[in-house]
Design a protein. Structure first.
Length: 92
């Protein structure tokens, strides 16, 4: 969980972070890009992928319709709009 809270390349310029004195990496780097760090597991009932990035730009796929939560599914905003919203929080 601590490695997953680390935003690769944003916090320290590296894909890795140190957790309890050892290097760790987020699960995103442990599987195919289309699974976004949440691979389908045999016998698992459902896998829901959640991304702050537009799924069409990050090439994220879901195994079943409705198993992907991504901002581009809610609006037609451009990627630059998402970065603007992320870097300029609301007034309240």
């Amino acid at each position: 969980l601590l490695a997953s809270c680390h935003v690769p390349f944003w916090f320290n310029g590296s894909a890795f972070t140190k957790v309890r004195g050892k290097f760790a990496v987020d699960g995103f780097f442990g599987g195919p890009r289309k699974t976004f760090g949440a691979p389908d597991i045999p016998g698992n009932v459902k896998t829901v992928r959640v991304s702050v990035f537009p799924s069409n730009l990050a090439s994220i796929e879901s195994s079943e319709e409705g198993d992907l939560i991504s901002p581009d599914l809610l609006s037609d905003n451009k990627l630059t709009d998402f970065f603007t919203l992320a870097l300029n929080p609301g007034s309240k």
